[in-house]
Design a protein around this ligand. Structure first.
Ligand code: ADP
Ligand code: ADP
Length: 237
């Protein structure tokens, strides 16, 4: 479970990207963070995985206060955070299976997966996850042969094999057509429910959030302006 309290981020440029945001994401639920470009959505995710240093506030992930960690502890904590990126961040010349297995190493050192051998239990687990994302028959294909939707599913599988305590997903559908976007969103909500992993998705397409999320958090100008179910948002609009 992720609890964020009064999160603030002011960049060196003076941009106040987050002005005290408090929210949480709990087991098995999919939360969509919506808001126009510049609202602070990716700053929020970058603060949670500490790619950006927050200016204030607390970030509690299953009892660990992430803002207080030294570098070693931060590296360990990041293994508990599964990241899924807009541009996939896969290793093009490696196969689907190798990319997924690289998740076992933590995303920071993913490139080390090349030529490394993995225990059979990891490979078995990887097949199981590839089956869930519908790519088990493509395990030996290089990712540069895949479509955008297939790549995004490899990215999801790579994050899931980490067995993270949360999945953070930054604009997963912005390079995908509507039908593929739908499939990817459904997959993420299924993973949250089946594996009891809370999922936080930054998404600017409100209709996808309405259709797929359990809960919606709305940001505007670095402030939380809405928090509720898709039905609540429909009524507010
Ligand atoms: P969103 O993801 O909702 O589009 P961002 O978190 O990217 O919003 O941006 C929020 C605000 O912070 C914007 O005003 C943006 O220009 C600013 N911002 C984002 N990243 C940086 C950065 N690295 N340095 C300075 N300002 C930034
Ligand atoms: P997104 O909204 O998808 O996060 P952005 O265009 O806001 O995309 O950001 C792309 C990159 O540019 C990010 O790495 C962000 O940190 C950086 N960035 C965004 N706004 C600013 C800014 N005002 N000054 C410096 N860097 C920025």
């Amino acid at each position: 479970m992720l609890h964020v309290t009064n999160l603030q981020k002011t960049y060196d440029t003076g941009d106040e990207a987050l002005r005290g945001v408090t929210t949480s994401v709990e087991g098995s639920e999919t939360v969509a963070m919506i808001g126009p470009s510049g609202a602070g959505k990716s700053t929020f995710i970058r603060c949670v995985n500490r790619l950006t240093e927050p200016s204030g506030g607390e970030i509690d992930l299953d009892g660990t206060e992430l803002t207080a960690l030294d570098d070693d502890d931060l590296r360990a904590a990041r293994r508990d955070i599964g990241m899924i990126f807009q541009e996939y961040n896969l290793i093009e010349r490696l196969t689907v299976m190798e990319n997924v297995l690289s998740g076992r190493l933590g995303y920071v050192s993913a490139w080390q997966a090349f030529r490394r051998s993995f225990p059979p239990a990891d490979i078995e687990r990887a097949y199981g996850i590839l089956e869930q994302v519908g790519l088990d028959e493509m395990a030996d294909k290089r990712v540069d042969e895949l479509s955008g939707g297939q790549r995004q599913r490899v990215g999801i599988a790579r994050a899931v094999i980490q067995e993270p305590k949360i999945l953070l997903v930054d604009e997963p559908t912005s390079s995908l057509d509507p039908e593929t976007s739908d499939t990817v969103m459904r997959l993420l909500t299924d993973i949250a429910a089946d594996r009891s992993i809370p999922v936080l998705i930054n998404i600017h397409e409100v209709n996808l959030a309405l259709e797929h999320a359990d809960r919606i958090v709305g940001l505007h100008d670095g402030e939380l302006v809405f928090e509720g179910t898709p039905d609540d948002l429909d009524e507010a609009a």
